[in-house]
Structure formats: C-alpha cells, structure tokens
Design a protein around this ligand. Structure first.
Ligand SMILES: Nc1ncnc2c1ncn2[C@@H]1O[C@H](COP(=O)(O)OP(=O)(O)O)[C@@H](O)[C@H]1O
Ligand SMILES: [Mg+2]
Length: 304
C-alpha cells in the first residue's frame, strides 16, 4: 500500500496563489501514482485534519510568510510526523534576507553590498547611509518576502517614490544592483541538481516574468556558462544549503557578473508549478516530476 501524503498549500502569504498551484500539481502527480493524497490549508483545522487523516508524510507546499519562515515548521514539529523541506531554524534564517546575507558573508559567499533599513529612520539618515555604503542603481526589497513581490530597481531619482511602496514592511533591504546573468541553482538532499539561466524580456526577473508564461522569460538549461563556472555555482549552492542547514530541496538565486557569482538569496520552499525551475532542472537530469517529489518525500523527517 502506498503512503498517505497530506499536502499543505495556500496560506495567507502574498504567494498564496503560487502555493495553491504548487499543491495542486504535486497532488495530481501523487494521485496519478496511487498515493493516498489530501490537500489542506494551514488554518485552525489543520491539526484536526492531520489527526483524522494520519498521513505518513506531510508535504509542505507553502511559500512565503508562515509557510517558509519556520512558523508552520514549528507547528508540524509538534505532530511528530515527518514533513518535507527544511526545519524550523534553517527556514527562519533563509527567509530573512538580512540574516542569511550575514551568514553568506561570514562563510565567504559573495552577496551584493547592502544595508538594512526601517521606516522609523528619517529620509535624511537613509540618504546619508546609501551615499556612504552603496552605489546606484540599487534594489529595494522586503526582508522576508518571495516571488519578487515588492522588489524594485531604483535610481537616485525614483528611490523615494519606490520606497513609499514598501512602507508597510517593518524592515527592508537596500542592495547594490548587480548586472550580468541570472543563474539559479538547485540542490536536493546534499546532491547538486543543476543550474538554470533566466533571460527575462522584462526589466528584471519580476513577478510577471516568473509566473506569466506570456512574459516570455527564456529558460536556458543548463545555464550558459563554462564548465568551471557551472561547477563553481553548484559548489556555492551546496555550500549555502549546508551552512544554513537545509533539507530536501533548495534553490539559490545568483547573479553572475564579471566572472563572480553573487548570491541574492536561498529559497527553502521553491515553487513546483508548471513554470517552476526546480522541476525543469530535475527533468534535464532525467528526474521526472514524480521522481522529484519522491526524492523530496524521502528526505522528509521530523526535525530534531
Ligand atoms: N542586487 C540585485 N541585483 C540585480 N538584480 C536583483 C538584485 N536583487 C534582486 N534582483 C532581481 O530581483 C529578483 C528577485 O529578488 P530576490 O532577492 O531573489 O527575491 P525574491 O525572494 O523575491 O525572489 C531576482 O531574481 C533578480 O532578478
Ligand atoms: Mg528569488
């Protein structure tokens, strides 16, 4: 008898729609392969559903706040049932772009120069800080969001206007814009899965470029870089995965500029939709969707 899998998807983050899509795709594939499968929302009924359904493994298909930041993971810990992807602490670290950048730097992984900013500080103070630490153009982004939600490239002229769009976030990251190629590398377990290059037709790899197939972002698999650099980016992705203490699958987002890789962030809950990159990287390596899901399930366990 095949295992019982409970998929958690949806939630209340800004990536809810993407998560529902991830959940649906994973469920369809599991059902097609005779797993007993159920989908649940991470709401007040969740623990009750877990009690009734008694899954062998919980597949975390959530993205963003509460699903990717250690919150749901800490609730799942209490059930004693193995759950997929990273545990509480690695999830919390990776979701916090400030904290993870500090860890990357400490471990000699290059990341764009940055400052952390909170809106209780004056604009004058901010200007002084940027002038002292960074060069324009800069990228402003929330500390703990995903899917390029509220990520903006800014010049000196439009930064004040763009900052207003982020004023509801307690803290944001302002970092130097890095040109060059956009390369994303996936790790599963402690194996290097591969690296893909994205060539968005839009200004950068924003929400539309990620999820609207009509935006025509070109996916180049394997990434168009030489063998040595390919190995280098895979080594960096594995190193980041390990130092943060991740499990299951992760995807690290890099910019490759003038021979150097800059790590923007590491995702502990990468998307599994039809436009998502990890399934595409896996497929290139002969790992089809169900095999990929099974590898993720295999790496699931109660995090101690
Ligand atoms: N410092 C940067 N330089 C150049 N592009 C960036 C930079 N930061 C973010 N971007 C662009 O924005 C996208 C989303 O940023 P990222 O840091 O990966 O956050 P998210 O969690 O929203 O994916 C990146 O894939 C890249 O295209
Ligand atoms: Mg990203």
């Amino acid at each position: 008898m095949k295992k019982k899998i409970l998929i958690i998807s949806g939630g209340i983050s800004k990536e809810r729609i993407i998560s529902l899509d991830t959940g649906k795709q994973v469920a369809r594939e599991l059902i097609r392969n005779n797993y007993r499968t159920k989908i649940a929302e991470p709401d007040s009924k969740l623990l009750h559903i877990i009690k009734l359904f008694k899954p062998n493994i919980i597949f975390n298909a959530l993205h963003g706040q509460f699903g990717e930041d250690g919150y749901i993971q800490s609730i799942l810990e209490t059930t004693g049932i193995p759950y997929t992807h990273s545990g509480v602490i690695p999830s919390a670290i990776a979701m916090d772009k400030y904290l993870s950048k500090k860890i990357f730097i400490k471990n000699k992984i290059l990341t764009p120069k940055y400052i952390k900013y909170s809106f209780d500080r004056s604009k004058h103070e901010l200007k002084k800080l940027i002038d002292k630490k960074l060069k324009f153009p800069v990228v402003i982004k929330p500390l703990n969001e995903g899917s390029s939600v509220n990520v903006f490239i800014c010049s000196k002229l439009n930064i004040t206007k763009n900052l207003k769009l982020l004023k509801d976030y307690k803290q944001i990251i302002i970092e130097e814009f890095i040109g060059g190629q956009e390369i994303q590398a996936a790790i599963i377990g402690s194996k290097k899965l591969g690296a893909i290059e994205l060539k968005p037709k839009r200004k950068f790899y924003d929400y539309e470029a990620k999820y609207n197939s009509k935006s025509n972002t070109q996916h180049i698999m394997p990434a168009d870089i030489n063998k040595r650099d390919y190995q280098k980016v895979m080594d960096l992705a594995l190193k980041a995965h390990k130092i943060i203490g991740c499990q299951g699958v992760t995807r690290s987002d890099f910019k490759f500029y003038k021979g150097k890789f800059y790590l923007l962030e590491l995702n502990t809950q990468p998307g599994m939709t039809s436009l998502s990159l990890v399934p595409e990287i896996a497929a290139y390596n002969g790992i089809n969707f169900i095999k990929l899901i099974e590898l993720i399930l295999k790496d699931a366990r109660t995090k101690k």
